[in-house]
Design a protein around this ligand. Sequence first.
Ligand SMILES: [Zn+2]
Length: 206
Amino acid sequence: MTVHSGNDAPVSADDALDRLMEGNARFLRGEPRFSREAKEVLAGLTKGQRPYATILGCSDSRVPPELIFDVGFGDLFIIRVAGNVVSPEVMGSLQYAGTHLKTPLFMVLGHEGCGAVQAALAAKFKGTQERSRIQLLLENILPGLDEVDMQLPTQQQMERAVEANVRWSMRQILESPEGRMRLAEGHMKLTGAVCEIATGRVRLLT
Ligand SMILES: [Zn+2]
């Protein structure tokens, strides 16, 4: 069994995605393998890192990418922020990953039952006000929820909103001059995904 680490030769975006989804399958089978070799892998990374994927995920404690993708030290460059929102600082981290680490795969990873998305829906449809900084965060999410139908049953509305929020972050990345440039080169790929909170299963958005 090969254990991939951040020291491996570069992989393509598709290989990177395969690795992540294979890791998620191991996690779902209850057969994670990484922790056994973790110390050795970390020791091998002292000279630098070469993660094969960059993930923009939510801060929610139930969706740690390393665990749900069964990966370890050196594999993923991760930005976690409530609601997996894009901000100038997040774009800076993404640009670092693109230009310096050259990770072939970029993933925006949302999750079911995201509190930030839920709060944004409440602000949108019920006019609920949060505290100042939280409100700023929600305002970042709101433009992505334009298409979400107020008439939908609550659960369906949340599902749509979570997906819409992932796509909104993806769109902001894609439409940035830097994102457009890197992706146009053809070595990189941006994908969206949603994690099922009860199982940890990751579903790719098509
Ligand atoms: Zn969340």
